[in-house]
Design a protein around this ligand. Sequence first.
Ligand SMILES: [Zn+2]
Length: 372
Amino acid sequence: MKKAALFLSLLVVIAFISYQLVADDITVYSSIDISDINPSNTKNTAYPQGTADVDNSDSYSEPVTTATSTPAHTPTPTSAPEPSSTSVPVTPSPSPTSGLDSEPVSSPSPSPEDAVAAEPPANNISREEALNVIPLEYQQLNYFYPDNAARYVGYKNMNPDFDYEKVIVYVNIGLDLPFYTNINTITETNRIDVLVNKYNKLPDNFVPQLEQLPDLLCAPGMGNQYLRKEAKEAFEKMHYDAKTLGLNITAYGTYRSIELQHNIWNSKVQSGRTIADVDSLNSRGGHSEHHTGLAVDVIRNNYTVEDSAEFKWYKDNAHHYGFIIRYPNGKENITGYAYEPWHLRYLGPELATEVYNSGLTFEEYYAKMIVK
Ligand SMILES: [Zn+2]
């Protein structure tokens, strides 16, 4: 009896994972070299306390030493469709045909051995020396952090063409260090403006409060879709407003659990692609915006979406509903991701409009305008 129940729940979990494996951010991918993505590829920038979390050679599984240390901030979901719970969306595996890498991976395994190991940056200038070097006008910026002074100077030395404002913003983002190093585990996980990227990860046990989208709003064959309440309601409003213009904006991919994200990343790497290539479009576990319940891939996750009338409309209207195109074209060096015209992130109408009007990536906007 018990065995049968156990077997059944196992089947349910496997079915869920199988169908979700295709709900990834990529059916078309480019071979972007991640080494071009980080503007500095810095190996020796001065960084005051950068010795702890800088080995990312196994970061697909345990990227951060603090990753499990913040359970107190995790909400207790009552209706979240986490695969391991009994409220799993048990849609039959729709086996869509569009996914490139739809074969499930049985075990999240091998460590990316060729991942670049971050070296502890050389601390070649003191904070005080750095403060003497940086022009005072920049030290008055409200996003200037004296504790980062040595890093600012180190990054400026490596990028003499950047003005100090850009240097300060980029260092605040973390760009003076390689992606997936110096990782911060997010504590205020439920903030609508939460920044999740290659330097900021959600706790391993984080599950947002989710609501299911009506089937009519979902892309065919992609199974049930879930978003946080705020994002779901905004998406519905956008969908129906667009519908009056003859447009059909559907949800192709929404919430993803950390386990699923781990599995997707591993399956991409196991399919023979380089880690740099996989990292350009797929997040490592805990680093995906889809984990927040605030991100939605719309219509289909390949570049043909740009040819749609829907795209031409939502690229300049989504912010009114609270969504931004999170990974803009030409900003890969900042966001860490290739251009994804299909990936929308909910920020709320006010903030989304500000970000849209600023022309900045969310990383830049966050580093300048959203105080830590
Ligand atoms: Zn996405």
